[in-house]
Design a protein around this ligand. Structure first.
Ligand code: TYC
Length: 92
């Protein structure tokens, strides 16, 4: 007899991460976190500090399309303000 494993198919999730650099102002990063990730000021400040101290932090976990959009929005916003801030995504 063949045993069939039934498993709920879940879409893969992606971590969106912010990377530290020496030039992007702290207030700009806090603003990015509030604007694109819906964090309140205290949460945004805390995550910004984690990135600043540890080098990077996960700022959210999303479906592929949403993660890709967040990364593009952050990169575009940073570029338009001429800050070297980097945002990347990685499969969970
Ligand atoms: N390290 C930056 C500074 O000292 C602040 C910073 C925090 C930059 C988080 C990027 O993702 C970042 N101005």
């Amino acid at each position: 007899m063949t045993r069939t494993k039934t498993r709920t198919q879940r879409p893969p999730l992606f971590k969106v991460m912010l990377l530290n650099d020496d030039y992007t102002p702290m207030e700009f990063v806090v603003h990015v976190l509030e604007r694109f990730f819906g964090l309140n000021h205290a949460q945004a400040f805390e995550i910004m500090l984690t990135v600043h101290k540890k080098g990077l932090a996960v700022v959210g976990v999303f479906s592929y399309e949403i993660a890709e959009t967040k990364v593009a929005q952050v990169m575009d916003f940073a570029r338009r303000h001429q800050h070297p801030l980097q945002c990347t995504m990685e499969k969970e």
